[in-house]
Design a protein around this ligand. Structure first.
Ligand code: ARG
Length: 424
């Protein structure tokens, strides 16, 4: 039984942020669907006081309000697997928002079970990826729960929502409306719409919140050493650290040097291209460092194959298919592939750049004795000759019997098209 209400209405668990839309929803869902709203708020490191948000939910008319700190779970079970996988959507976006959604949805399902709720609700619009990630997770983990997405149906403008709030005594903070749509968690900040909608326009200064303008970053570089164990970061500058404080620290250090700004025209799952601005200093530093350590610890084949896995893994996350068997299969590969990715990376932060300047590992496949041009070189130079003969054999045979037959010269690729035109 929830806190003190004698209500006989059925319940809905609402993903509650404390903002205007989800506050209006508390009342609106009650009226439209005749349900009692249990507000659900989770701390994924977005830097908000979830106890305050919980209080606001209760003042707004929720019959109960749940606030959960899931930062450790988020990092250990979502962020770090994605980092180990090298998952960057379209090679750029570290997926902060996309990683948060399946976790929020799962915790909402758990909460729905605890409260015997019959529905879940979220404040996503009908043209983004986030609605997909929520709904697919709900459908997968709890197909019996009804899904309510008020913004998809109510078609209220902001002034209308404000009017609705005033009429129903819903507390609204007198904040200036941000011109952007923003989502943030420990792994990054996503910013879209407003002045960002023209991909030709440089993002205005007010679109950034986590990073300084690289022009205003310190004139002295900052060096960091990050330790990885089995593909996971475990220490900063020699000091063992848990994931949450480690990423917080990297966000702060990277942000101070203007590191982690990503301007991305991305392909949404729902078929539109969208210009997004991300700030993810910690994510950028960790992905750079991790990839460089892999260059020491993975074989050539493992590295190449891993790039395919990284792309597939990023798509799974972006497209909201976290709770799939295919994801489990891919993670099994990643976990195995990462077992020797242990060592240290030295990173330099300077004026918006994050550059890896050193790496070492007890499992390094880099051999100085093989690479060196010095006297202690152990590479077998004589073996190279036979290797090259065999390596080039197919091409040599082809030239002889096809390409150079009849004394023709070799058609350079660029010239080939010209000649075709002349021939026709
Ligand atoms: N485009 C990004 C994604 O799909 C970020 C979405 C952020 N959401 C927001 N309300 N601003 O993951």
């Amino acid at each position: 039984m929830s806190s003190g209400t004698a209500s006989k209405r059925e319940k809905v668990i609402l993903a509650y942020s404390g903002g205007l839309d989800t506050s209006v929803m508390v009342k609106w869902i009650g009226e439209r669907y005749n349900l009692d709203v249990v507000a659900f708020t989770v701390d994924l490191g977005q830097g908000e006081d979830i106890a305050k948000i919980r209080d606001k939910a209760l003042r707004t008319g929720a019959v109960d309000a749940v606030a959960i700190d899931a930062r450790n779970l988020f990092v250990d079970c979502f962020v770090f697997p994605a980092l180990m996988a090298g998952a960057l959507y379209e090679g750029k976006y570290p997926l902060a928002t996309a990683l948060g959604r399946p976790l929020i949805a799962k915790l909402m399902v758990d909460t729905a079970r605890e409260h015997g709720a019959k529905a879940v609700a979220h404040g996503c619009t009908g043209k983004g990826n986030d609605q997909v990630r929520f709904d697919v997770t709900f459908q997968t983990l709890a197909p019996d729960l009804q899904i309510i997405a008020p913004v998809r149906e109510w078609k209220m403008s902001r002034p209308e929502a404000l009017e609705y709030a005033a009429k129903h005594g819903i507390p609204v903070e007198a904040t200036v409306e941000s011109p952007y749509s923003i989502d943030q968690n420990l792994f990054g900040r996503s910013c879209e719409s407003g002045l960002l909608e023209d991909p030709w326009d440089e993002p205005p200064a007010d679109a950034f919140a986590w990073t300084v303008d690289p022009l205003k970053a310190p004139d002295q570089p900052q060096y960091l050493t990050i330790d990885f164990d089995g593909g996971k970061p475990v220490a900063l500058d020699g000091k063992p650290m848990d994931g949450v404080p480690l990423i917080e620290k990297l966000n702060q250090l990277g942000g101070a040097h203007g590191v982690g700004r990503i301007d991305h025209v991305e392909n949404r799952l729902v078929g539109i291209k969208s210009r997004e601005l991300y700030e993810a200093p910690g994510a950028v530093i960790l992905h750079e460092a991790h990839r460089e350590l892999e260059s020491l610890c993975l074989s050539k084949q493992a590295q190449r194959f891993k790039t395919l896995v990284s792309q597939e893994y990023a798509d799974i996350i972006y497209n909201g298919l976290w709770f799939s068997a295919f994801h489990q299969d891919l993670f099994a590969f990643v976990a195995s592939n990462q077992r020797y990715v242990t060592g240290q990376v030295r990173v330099k932060l300077f004026k918006g750049n994050c550059v890896v300047v050193g790496r070492k590992s007890e499992y390094s496949l880099y051999s100085k004795h093989l690479a060196t041009y010095d006297r202690d070189d152990q590479f077998d130079h004589d073996a190279a000759k036979g290797f090259i003969r065999i390596h080039g054999l197919t091409q040599q045979t082809q030239a002889h019997t096809q390409l150079l037959k009849g004394g023709k010269g070799f058609d350079l690729p660029g010239l080939l098209t010209e000649r075709r035109k002349e021939d026709s």
